[in-house]
Design a protein around this ligand. Structure first.
Ligand SMILES: Nc1ncnc2c1ncn2[C@@H]1O[C@H](COP(=O)(O)OP(=O)(O)O)[C@@H](O)[C@H]1O
Ligand SMILES: [Mg+2]
Length: 395
């Protein structure tokens, strides 16, 4: 019970014209924070803040009067720098999120989901971390372009969600030439990198309101549209960003660029498993061999680097056994060559499992995914029950 006495020690204020919102904040945070002032006008709030020691201020931002709300928040940030300002929007509005970050607000919360997020945000501010998840990271890589890294990443992410449920994120690290957004037929109007750079101030609410969710159920963090955004993410930020994302996602699938920049290496380092993708073609296999040696030299560990032969074809000179002999490592998975199906799906901006779920190429990717997450997807009844249970647990 000691925790309770520590928790009830904050004092807070709210600016809103919405008494229902005020009531829900008051009720939700009461174990941690006593709300001593609820005001409708910015001047009234400023007056209240002047006469007491407050720790947190919730500022309701409505589209109408948005500038006024942000104006107040800015004033408060300067005059009372120790006070935590939490912006509360009616929906997860990207412009408001960015504006909140720029003004160094402690958080931006949207009312949309109806979850108990006010308390969660305050706990974070007070340094009372809640138990967090520790998701898996799987990355896909090839040094040579055009081996199918993007196509496989998309479909592996989709399959993980279909098999295991949970919160699955497809992360496109091709910061200059991202392909996942285009391959899935979606142009995000807001690139979350800008938000993610400020990872230390991001919580679950903000994260999920900023990240696009595909109709199939997995989340997608596409590459930034503007090239300049890419340069703002360095190796250290990427490492911290992945550590943060692991807390919120059960599985993260990374579509890696074909380079050896610090960002790429940081992602491989953070991955539970990296799939090295190659086609059965001499130059591609040679390049993969060099990559494997390089990763081994960096001590990434053999069992964390797995080999995937994509576009397997009975007519190609190099057969799976040959590739294994060259690589001196067994293949983790093989994916059959099926140009027609692949290009049909990508033309439509769809994942394979929608219109092509019975094609061998789709089955191969499903098998690869099952091995990756260590779950047999053949669908025994018992498994289905477990998946249903897992889904509930993670949703
Ligand atoms: N198993 C496959 N069978 C046939 N074509 C494939 C297969 N995997 C990928 N492709 C095709 O290869 C091309 C390159 O794939 P992509 O995923 O963009 O590669 P990368 O991201 O490695 O550059 C695309 O046209 C894609 O449709
Ligand atoms: Mg690609």
């Amino acid at each position: 019970m000691q925790a309770v006495s520590v928790r009830a020690s904050m004092r807070g204020a709210i600016l809103t014209r919405d008494s229902l919102l005020a009531d829900s904040i008051i009720n939700e945070v009461q174990s941690l924070c006593i709300i001593e002032a609820v005001e409708r006008e910015p001047e009234q709030i400023l007056a209240r803040l002047a006469d007491g020691q407050f720790h947190a201020l919730f500022v309701h931002v409505q589209t109408e009067g948005e500038d006024q709300a942000f104006g107040l928040a800015e004033q408060v940030r300067r005059v009372h720098p120790d006070l935590h300002v939490l912006m509360v929007g009616d929906t997860g509005n990207p412009k408001q999120i960015l504006r909140s970050l720029r003004l160094d607000a402690a958080d931006y919360l949207s009312q949309e989901t109806g979850k108990r997020h006010f308390l969660h945000a305050l706990k974070r501010i007070a340094g009372i971390e809640e138990n967090s998840r520790n998701g898996f990271i799987y990355s896909l890589f090839s040094h040579k372009g055009g081996q199918g890294v993007t196509s496989l990443s998309i479909n592996v992410a989709d399959q993980i969600f279909q098999i295991a449920g949970g919160k699955v994120l497809l992360l496109d690290l091709n910061l200059y030439l991202g392909g996942t957004g285009a391959a899935l037929n979606m142009v995000p109007d807001f690139t979350p990198y800008e938000v993610l750079r400020d990872f230390s101030r991001i919580d679950e609410e903000l994260l999920f309101s900023a990240i696009f969710r595909h109709a199939r159920g997995f989340y997608l963090l596409p590459a930034p549209v503007e090239v300049s955004d890419a340069d703002r993410v360095n190796r250290e930020q990427l490492t911290s960003m992945l550590a943060m994302l692991k807390k919120y996602f059960t599985h993260i699938v990374i579509d890696l660029p074909h380079d050896f920049t610090g960002r790429t290496l940081a992602a491989v380092e953070a991955s539970d498993c990296t799939l090295l993708v190659m086609e059965p073609e001499l130059l591609a296999v040679k390049s993969a061999q060099q990559v494997l040696f390089f990763f081994q030299e960096l001590n990434y560990g053999e069992n964390r680097i797995r080999l995937v032969l994509n576009r397997k074809d009975s007519s190609s000179t190099l057969q799976p056994e040959d590739v294994e002999a060259v690589m001196q490592q067994p293949l983790f998975a093989t994916i059959v060559n099926d140009r027609k199906t692949m290009s049909r799906a990508s033309r439509k901006g769809e994942v394979l499992a929608i219109a092509h779920h019975n094609r061998p190429v789709t089955t191969d990717i499903r098998k690869l995914t099952s091995s990756l997450i260590g779950i047999d997807s053949k669908g025994a009844a018992a498994d289905k029950k477990i998946f249903a249970f897992l889904r509930k647990l993670w949703s």
